[in-house]
Design a binder for this molecule. Structure first.
Ligand code: ADP
Ligand code: MG
Length: 473
C-alpha cells in the first residue's frame, strides 16, 4: 500500500466518525509525506491544523492507521508543509505583499485548542472610539467576554485565528446554529480584534436584512455604484443571518458578486446562519458552494457546565455575587440558549439589587417561575410541532402527514413523531392519528429510530436542537 492509499483509507474511516464540518476543516489538504520506522509523517497546511490534529484527533488518526496498515505504526509526526500535489488551504493566489491594512501586527500566535475559558487575546483594551455606528459592532461582543465550551470551541478557535490573520487562514467563515448561541457575538469579536490590531482597517457588519434593504433602495434610487463601493471596499465583511437571503434572487446575485470581489482580494468574509448552507431553502447552488468552500463551524446549545461558567462570568463582570448553588439552579432551569440565560440572570440581578438581598435558590425559584411560564411546554401542541417541523424542512404540513414514502418526507415525519412524544408526551395512538391516521406502532418505531439516530448522527441531533429552539422561542 502506498502512503497515499493508506491516508485515503484512513480518511475514509475518519470521515465516518466526524461531522462534515470538522472533517473538511481539519483534513482538507493533509497527506502522508512518508513512513519511517513506524513513524508516519503527516503534512498539514498550517500550525492551526497541526495543533488541532495533535490535541483533538490524534487518537482517532492513529487508530484508523493501525486498523488499515499491517505494519506497526507507533507514532505520528504532524508537519506543517504543503502536501505533495496539493493546494495549500490558505489560497496560493495570495500576493506576497499583504494589503496595507495589516499595519502593526501582533506576532503570530498558534491558537491553542481551548478548554474551559476564553483565551485572552494579548492586545490592548478596546478603544471605544473605533466602535463607530456605521460599523455596527457591539462593544460587549469581544473574545474576552466569550465563554468557551465544547459546543462552541471550534467556532471560537476559528474566529480567533481569523481575527489575527484575516483573509488568509479561513475564508469565508460560516457559523451556523440556533438563536441566542453566540454567533453574532463571535463574528463581531473578530471585528474587534482586527480593529485593535490596525486602526485603519475597514470593517463592516450588517444583518442580511440591512444588506437586502440597502441593495433594493440604492438600486431603485440609481445609486448601485455607491452600493458597490461601500461593500467592496472593506477588509472584513460580516453578514449576519444570511439565511434570510433565501428566495431573494436579486439580492443573492448582488451578494454573490460582492462575495467574489472580496474573496479574490483576500478580504475576510464571515457569515452566520441558523442552519448549514445546504439546508437553507432557495439558496442558489453557487452560493452554497462558496460558503462550503470556506470554514463551516457550528455552535449548539451549551452543556450545563458551560452555562454555569457563563453565569459566573457575567456576574464577575457586574460585580455581583452568585453562589454555586444558585448558579447551578439557574443554569439547570434555563437551557435553551444563552440569550435566555442572560435574560434570567438579569431578572435575578435587578430584583435582588433593588432589595439589596443575596439570591438564594428559593428567591430565584419564585422569580424564574414566571420566566419558565413564558417558555412553558404547555403552549406546545402537536399541531405546532408539525408546523415547526414542516417549516424547518421546507415542506407543507400535509406532505408530512401524507401517505407518500418518499425519503425526503419519511425522515421529517419521524422527527415530528419523535418530538411529539419527547416534548409533550403525546400517546402513540394520538401521534399516529395526527400524522395522517397512522398506526400507533409506526409512531413507536419512529420514536425509537430517531432516539437512536440522535446518538449516532450529528446532523439529526443538530436538526432536532434547532427545531426545539424554534418551538420554544
Ligand atoms: P446568536 O447570534 O447566535 O443568536 P448572540 O451572539 O446574539 O447569539 O448571543 C446572544 C447573547 O448571548 C449575547 O448577549 C451574547 O453576548 C451572549 N453569549 C452567547 N454566547 C456566549 C458565550 N459563549 N459566552 C458569553 N456570552 C455569550
Ligand atoms: Mg445573531
Amino acid at each position: 500500500m502506498t502512503p497515499e492509499q493508506l491516508w485515503n483509507a484512513a480518511l475514509g474511516e475518519l470521515e465516518l466518525e466526524l461531522s462534515r464540518a470538522n472533517f473538511t476543516t481539519w483534513f482538507a489538504h493533509t497527506a502522508i509525506q512518508k513512513i519511517e520506522n513506524g513513524t508516519v509523517i503527516v503534512c498539514v497546511p498550517n500550525t492551526f491544523t497541526k495543533t488541532w490534529l495533535e490535541s483533538k484527533y490524534h487518537a482517532s488518526i492513529i487508530k484508523a492507521l493501525r486498523r488499515i496498515a499491517d505494519d506497526d505504526i507507533h507514532s505520528i509526526v504532524y508537519k506543517v508543509s504543503v502536501a505533495p500535489g496539493n493546494v495549500p488551504a490558505s489560497r496560493s493566489s495570495r500576493p506576497e505583499t499583504p494589503a496595507v491594512h495589516h499595519a502593526p501586527r501582533a506576532p503570530q500566535r498558534v491558537v491553542p485548542p481551548v478548554g474551559e475559558s476564553s483565551v485572552a487575546v494579548a492586545i490592548a483594551e478596546p478603544d471605544e472610539s473605533f466602535v463607530r455606528d456605521e460599523i455596527g459592532l457591539n462593544p460587549r461582543y469581544t473574545f474576552e467576554n466569550f465563554v468557551v465550551g465544547k459546543k462552541n470551541e471550534l467556532a471560537h478557535a476559528t474566529c480567533l485565528a481569523v481575527g489575527e490573520n484575516p483573509g488568509t487562514v479561513y475564508n469565508p467563515v460560516f457559523i451556523y446554529g440556533g438563536v441566542g448561541l453566540g454567533k453574532t457575538h463571535l463574528m463581531q469579536a473578530v471585528g474587534h480584534v482586527m480593529l485593535r490590531l490596525s486602526s485603519n482597517v475597514n470593517i463592516l457588519y450588517v444583518t442580511c436584512e440591512t444588506f437586502t434593504n440597502e441593495y433594493i433602495k440604492m438600486v431603485r434610487e440609481g445609486r448601485a455604484d455607491e452600493f458597490k463601493d461601500k461593500y467592496r471596499s472593506v477588509d472584513l465583511l460580516m453578514v449576519d443571518d444570511i439565511q434570510f437571503l433565501a428566495g431573494k434572487e436579486g439580492t443573492q446575485e448582488a451578494f454573490f458578486h460582492t462575495f467574489n470581489h472580496l474573496h479574490q482580494r483576500n478580504k475576510q468574509l464571515i457569515l452566520t446562519s441558523d442552519r448549514a448552507p445546504r439546508a437553507i431553502p432557495a439558496l442558489e447552488q453557487r452560493l452554497v458552494s462558496r460558503f462550503e468552500g470556506g470554514m463551516l463551524v457550528d455552535v449548539s446549545v451549551p452543556d450545563l457546565e458551560t452555562r454555569i461558567a457563563i453565569l459566573k462570568r457575567k456576574c464577575e463582570q457586574k460585580n455581583f455575587g452568585l453562589s454555586d448553588e444558585v448558579a447551578q439552579y439557574i443554569a439547570s432551569n434555563v437551557q435553551n440558549n444563552i440569550r435566555e440565560l442572560e435574560g434570567a440572570l438579569n431578572r435575578v440581578l435587578v430584583a435582588h439589587e433593588l432589595r439589596r438581598e443575596t439570591p438564594t435558590v428559593e428567591s430565584v425559584r419564585d422569580l424564574l417561575s414566571s420566566y419558565a411560564a413564558s417558555t412553558n411546554r404547555g403552549a406546545i401542541t402537536m399541531r405546532l410541532i408539525l408546523r415547526t417541523v414542516a417549516e424547518f424542512y421546507d415542506l407543507a404540513e400535509d406532505e408530512i402527514s401524507s401517505d407518500s414514502r418518499k425519503k425526503e418526507l419519511v425522515m421529517p415525519r419521524q422527527v415530528a413523531m419523535y418530538l411529539m412524544r419527547e416534548e409533550i408526551h403525546a400517546s402513540y395512538p394520538n401521534i399516529g392519528q395526527e400524522l395522517g391516521g397512522r398506526d400507533h406502532t409506526t409512531a413507536m418505531y419512529a420514536y425509537q429510530k430517531i432516539t437512536k439516530e440522535i446518538s449516532e448522527d450529528e446532523k439529526i441531533q443538530g436538526d432536532i436542537t434547532l427545531i426545539k429552539q424554534r418551538l420554544y422561542n
